[in-house]
Design a protein around this ligand. Structure first.
Ligand SMILES: [Zn+2]
Length: 66
């Protein structure tokens, strides 16, 4: 058996599943962790932002009569 190339011998690389798309991705050295990519991170953050910053709607009831 020959050692796999790229094996740093640092044990098992920590992998996580992207909470956005569920894709298995590395955690260490991943700038977008725990996401798999910048896209997933932005999407998720954007989603949170939308939920957080709820825009108050001027729900003015229709005027009755004339
Ligand atoms: Zn993803």
């Amino acid at each position: 058996m020959s050692p796999a190339p790229g094996d740093e011998g640092g044990g098992i690389p920590l992998r996580v599943n992207c909470p956005r798309c569920g894709e298995s991705t590395v955690y260490q050295g991943n700038p977008w962790r725990p996401f798999c990519s910048e896209r997933c991170k932005l999407i998720d953050l954007g989603r949170w932002a939308e939920e957080k910053y709820v825009i108050p709607t001027d729900d003015t009831p229709p005027e009755e009569g004339e």
